[in-house]
Design a binder for this molecule. Structure first.
Ligand code: FES
Length: 105
C-alpha cells in the first residue's frame, strides 16, 4: 500500500532536517524516515533488538541509526545491524514521482 509523505521533494526538504530521524504513521505502522544526502530512507521505527522507538536515535557518520536504548547500529539503507547482534530492520521503498513522495509499506 502506498502512503503519500510529501507533495514534492522541495516540500520534504523544508520539513526534514538532514540526518534527523522523524516518525511518520502509515495506517497502523510507525515508520522512521531520514533525509540523508538528498535521499529519503524509511524503515521500521521499532528497534529489532528490544523494541525501542528509533526516531529518538541519532544518525552517525556511517549512515547508521543508533538506537537510543542500547546503541545498536542499523544501516538506514539495508536495515542491517552493524555487528549482526539482532535481526535487520524492515526497510521501505520511498518512491519519488511528479505526484509526490510516497512510501510503499
Ligand atoms: S532496544 Fe534498540 S538496541 Fe536495544
Amino acid at each position: 500500500m502506498k502512503f503519500k509523505l510529501f507533495e514534492s521533494k522541495a516540500k520534504a526538504k523544508e520539513v526534514l532536517a538532514n540526518n534527523q530521524p522523524r516518525l511518520v504513521r502509515a495506517g497502523s505502522k510507525e515508520i522512521c524516515i531520514v533525509l540523508s544526502s538528498e535521499t529519503i530512507f524509511a524503515f521500521q521505527n521499532e528497534c529489532a533488538h528490544m523494541g525501542e522507538r528509533l526516531h529518538g536515535g541519532k544518525i552517525n557518520y556511517l549512515n547508521e541509526i543508533v538506537c537510543p536504548l542500547h546503541t545498536y547500529r542499523f544501516n538506514i539503507k539495508t536495515g542491517e545491524e552493524a555487528q549482526g547482534r539482532c535481526n535487520s530492520l524492515k526497510t521501505y521503498l520511498v518512491i519519488e514521482s511528479d505526484e509526490g513522495i510516497f512510501i510503499d509499506c
